[in-house]
Design a protein around this ligand. Sequence first.
Ligand SMILES: [Zn+2]
Ligand SMILES: [Zn+2]
Length: 292
Amino acid sequence: MGKFGSKSIAYRPGRLFPFYPPYQSPAKYWKGPFRFFDLPPELRDQILRLILLEWDSAQKDTVHLFLTCRRIYEEAASVFYYEVLLDNMHLKGTADPFLTGPLTRVSPRQYVRNLVIRFSLKEQINLFGETYGTALQEMAEKGRLQDLRLEVGSLFPNPDFWGFEDELSAYESIRVTNKAGKESFILAPLFITKAPFQNFLKFLDESKIPKITLFVDAEDHETFWCLFHRPHPSGKRCEGEWKGNSKMLKVQHSNLVKCFKGARAEKPTWIKDCNYTPIAPILRNATGNEET
Ligand SMILES: [Zn+2]
Ligand SMILES: [Zn+2]
């Protein structure tokens, strides 16, 4: 007797598969109700995916599906809201309704796994210390949120970003702590020391969301983000001219938090008049290991 597996399956004679009877429509031998929940979860998921995401289903059919029963609602919502993009750029400082209101059993947001929020730093950053912060935290703790991608859609801190001159756009000497825990001074817009930005950093720092990524517009990032965005694939240090194709640059937000959390405006005695010095070279000294 040959050893088991000694013959390649490709050379075995005869049929590989047992005989199947000719196909019969299930209606011919099954007269009972169709029990959707007898199907394994993976098949239910595939069916819901087809109905909700891939077929051109009529809106009323989708609504009917959601209204069938609580269990179907939960499964359908987990498929339908798996990935959500909230483009808040047009909202002018108001909160997105998707992230407001009390969290109930039928709130769609608790079913979101991957969330993208594209927002304007100036008009919406305050929300992360308020409604958004609470909602996102809840979505991670009571819901399914795993992956949050934040896209700063505005050019911070350019004149375009400010729109008009106000005290927050003024560059001030700001005391910051570098990675090594050493304090130093940089010139940065006063805005970063104020509650909205500080609360945003606090949110990034303390959030329970498993994964957060922060992106900024690549086109005009050099006045602020160069020290924090990912390095160019060539390994060359970005001097403000990003040579890549990507429209958005990924910011290492843990460094942002380390550098600016608790930053406060303060005039150091050794700085005379440098209000117009660009942020980047000075920031480099502030965050580098050696201070020049
Ligand atoms: Zn850069
Ligand atoms: Zn100064």
